[in-house]
Design a protein around this ligand. Structure first.
Ligand SMILES: [Ca+2]
Length: 560
C-alpha cells in the first residue's frame, strides 16, 4: 500500500511512534531533510531501515506541503489544558479527599510528573514562561502589567503559538492562556475566545461585588454552564467538532480554565460531594523559623475580597476550613469540564493522533505557614500538576524526574517533530529542555535542578529595595537567594530547606549548612544574573519608559 493512500492519522501515528523510538537518529536526519530537494533526493535513493519510514513520512509531507519544513499534514495535534491556580491536590497525586475523576483518568492515559515546578508562582509571568520558554528572571518580567512586546528587545519574541503556526498548525486559545490584559494576539491563528459566564449566581453576592472583588466563595444552585468554565468547555467541544471536518489541518488548541482561582465558586453539587469536617487544617501555620521577614509576603489577594470574618490574618478555623472546601469544590467543577472536553476528543476519534497536556499555572497556600494564595518561592506555591498523554506514550506511568514549566515548549516541539525556533527571543535560546526522554522512560532525568523566582519589595523607614528571590530546587533541597539584581553576593539573604527531614518548611537551615549553601549558590551563579523588572529604573536596554510615556501621550491625545 502506498503511503499516499494512508490517512493523516495513520501516518501521524507511525511518525510519532518512530520518533519516540529513536530521537537522536531523527534529530540528526531532520536537519538533512529541511528542504524539498533533499527530501526528494533521499526518497528516490530509497534508503532502507528505519530511516526509510522517516524519509517516506517526512519526504511525502514535504512534497505535499511544498514548503521548507516537513508538512503539517502528518503532524499530531495538541490539546493543551491550562488550569488557573491548580495545585496537585488531585486524586492521581495521592490526595485522599479530592474528587477529580477526570484528571485522574487523564493521568492514567500517560505520564504523571510528580515533581513539576513553575518558574514564578503568579499568573502573568508563569504563563509568559510557558508560551516563550524563558524564565521570568532571564527576561526581567515578573509583574502582571508589562506586555512583553512593549519591551523593544522582546518585541520580536517567537511564542510557542507562533512556532506552531509557522509549521502549519492552526493555533487557538480559549479562556485564560496569557494573563487577561496581556493576551498576545500574534500567538493565535484566530483571536482568543473568552467566555462571558457570570462570576456569581446568588443575588446577594452579585450585589456585594459592585465591579470589584466579591465574596471568596459561592455554591450556586446552577448548571455547569452558568459560570465561565462550563461555557469554555462547551466552546472547546464545538471547536473540536469543527476540527473533525478538517482532518488534514493539524491543530494546537489551548483551553484555559479559570477555576480553582479565587473566588471559589462552583455549582452546589460540587460542594455537596464533601463534608466540611473532611478537611483538616494545615499542621504548620507560621513562617519558617529563621526566614527573612519579607519571604512569605502578605496575603493581599484574598484580603481584597468581601465578607471576610476578620480584617487581618489569621482566619478563624471554621472559615479556613470553608475556604479549603471551596478550593476542592472549584477544582472538582473544573475537573468535570476537563472531562467533557477529553470525552469529546475521544468520541470524535481524534485522541489517537492528539497529545493532551494538563498544566496548572502555579500552586497555592491553603493556610500553610499562615499564608493564603500564591506569590512565594515555597513548595506549596511552586509545585504544580503536569500530565502528558498521547500517541506513543505508555499509559499509567509516573516519574519523579524534576521538571519546570519552561520545559513544555521544547517538549511539544519535539513531540510534533518541529525544530527549535531560529530567532528565539532577543538572541536567547529557550531555557527549558525537552521531556521526550522521560516520556519514553520515566527513570530518565533531564534536569538536576529546576529554577524559579519571586520579586519582593523590602520596605522600612530608610530602605526600599526591590529584591528578587532566585530559587534552585533539586531532589532534596531548595535554596533561595534574595538580593537586588547586581548586588554583591555577600548582600544576599539565604534560605535553605531540606524536604527529606522538613517537608513542611519549618526551619531555614542555611546558617547550619555553609557548604551546601555554597554548592547550591554556585549552581545559581552559573545562570545569568536575574534582571530587574523591565520598565523599572535601572533595568538595562528596556527602552520601556520611553515607549510607555509615548503610549500615555497618544492615549491622552485620542481622548480615551
Ligand atoms: Ca494563576
Amino acid at each position: 500500500m502506498g503511503i499516499m493512500g494512508k490517512s493523516r492519522k495513520r501516518i501521524g501515528q507511525e511518525y510519532v511512534a518512530l520518533f519516540l523510538q529513536d530521537k537522536s537518529k531523527i534529530k540528526q536526519n531532520f536537519k538533512m531533510f529541511n528542504s524539498l530537494s533533499h527530501a526528494i533526493f533521499f526518497w528516490e535513493k530509497g534508503i532502507t531501515s528505519d530511516m526509510t519510514r522517516f524519509v517516506q513520512i517526512v519526504g511525502i509531507g514535504l512534497m505535499l506541503g511544498g514548503g521548507g519544513v516537513a508538512s503539517a499534514a502528518q503532524r499530531p495535534n495538541i490539546l493543551f489544558i491550562a488550569v488557573d491556580d491548580l495545585k496537585p491536590v488531585l486524586g492521581c497525586y495521592g490526595d485522599k479527599v479530592a474528587k477529580t475523576p477526570n484528571m485522574d483518568k487523564l493521568a492514567a492515559r500517560g505520564m504523571l510528573f510528580e515533581k513539576a515546578y513553575v518558574n514564578q508562582a503568579v499568573c502573568a509571568p508563569s504563563r509568559n514562561s510557558l508560551m516563550l520558554g524563558i524564565r521570568p528572571q532571564t527576561m526581567g518580567l515578573y509583574d502582571l502589567k508589562t506586555y512583553f512586546r512593549d519591551i523593544p528587545v522582546y518585541s520580536n519574541a517567537v511564542s510557542m503559538g507562533q512556532t506552531f503556526m509557522k509549521n502549519g498548525y492552526e493555533v487557538e486559545s480559549l479562556g485564560k492562556i496569557y494573563h487577561a490584559s496581556l493576551n498576545d494576539k500574534p500567538s493565535w491563528s484566530v483571536p482568543n475566545w473568552e467566555s462571558k459566564g457570570e462570576t456569581y449566581a446568588i443575588e446577594e453576592n452579585r450585589a456585594a461585588m459592585k465591579g470589584e472583588k466579591g465574596t471568596t466563595t459561592e455554591a450556586g444552585d446552577v448548571a455547569d454552564n452558568y459560570y465561565q468554565d462550563g461555557k469554555i468547555a462547551e466552546e472547546a467541544m464545538a471547536r473540536l467538532r469543527a476540527k473533525k471536518e478538517k482532518p488534514d489541518q493539524p491543530f494546537m488548541m489551548m483551553v484555559g480554565f479559570h477555576k480553582p482561582h479565587l473566588p471559589f465558586v462552583a455549582p452546589k453539587k460540587y460542594w455537596d460531594q464533601f463534608k466540611p469536617e473532611q478537611f483538616s487544617l494545615p499542621e504548620f501555620r507560621t513562617a519558617p523559623e529563621g526566614s527573612p521577614a519579607y519571604a512569605l509576603g502578605e496575603s493581599g489577594e484574598i484580603m481584597q475580597y468581601k465578607k471576610l470574618p476578620v480584617e487581618e490574618l489569621p482566619f478563624p478555623d471554621d472559615f479556613a476550613r470553608h475556604l479549603i472546601h471551596g478550593y476542592y469544590a472549584a477544582t472538582s467543577y473544573t475537573d468535570a469540564q476537563i472531562g467533557k472536553v477529553v470525552a469529546a476528543l475521544d468520541e470524535l476519534g481524534m485522541a489517537e493522533n492528539t497529545f493532551i497536556v494538563l498544566w496548572g499555572d502555579h500552586g497555592w497556600h491553603l493556610g500553610d505557614h499562615g499564608k493564603w494564595c500564591k506569590h512565594t518561592n515555597y513548595e506549596q506555591a511552586t509545585r504544580i500538576p503536569i500530565l502528558i498523554s498521547g500517541p506513543g506514550i505508555k499509559p499509567g506511568q509516573r516519574t519523579t524526574a524534576l521538571i519546570e514549566t519552561v520545559d513544555l515548549y521544547p517538549t511539544l516541539l519535539e513531540l510534533t517533530g518541529q525544530s527549535m525556533p531560529e530567532t528565539g527571543i532577543a538572541g536567547m535560546g529557550l531555557d527549558g529542555k525537552s521531556l521526550v526522554p522521560i516520556l519514553k522512560d520515566p527513570n530518565q532525568k533531564v534536569n538536576e535542578y529546576v529554577f524559579h523566582a519571586y520579586p519582593r519589595a523590602e520596605k522600612s523607614d530608610d530602605t526600599k529595595r526591590k529584591l528578587i528571590g532566585r530559587a534552585v530546587r533539586n531532589d532534596r533541597y531548595r535554596l533561595v537567594e534574595w538580593k537586588e539584581p547586581n548586588d554583591s553576593a555577600e548582600k544576599a539573604a539565604i534560605e535553605l530547606y531540606d524536604y527529606q527531614t522538613d517537608p513542611l518548611e519549618k526551619k531555614n537551615l542555611a546558617e547550619q549548612n555553609p557548604e551546601l549553601v555554597a554548592q547550591l549558590r554556585a549552581v545559581l551563579a552559573k545562570l545569568p544574573e536575574a534582571k530587574p523588572q523591565m520598565g523599572d529604573e535601572g533595568a538595562p536596554e528596556s527602552g520601556y519608559e520611553k515607549k510607555a510615556k509615548k503610549k500615555k501621550k497618544d492615549k491622552a491625545g485620542s481622548g480615551e
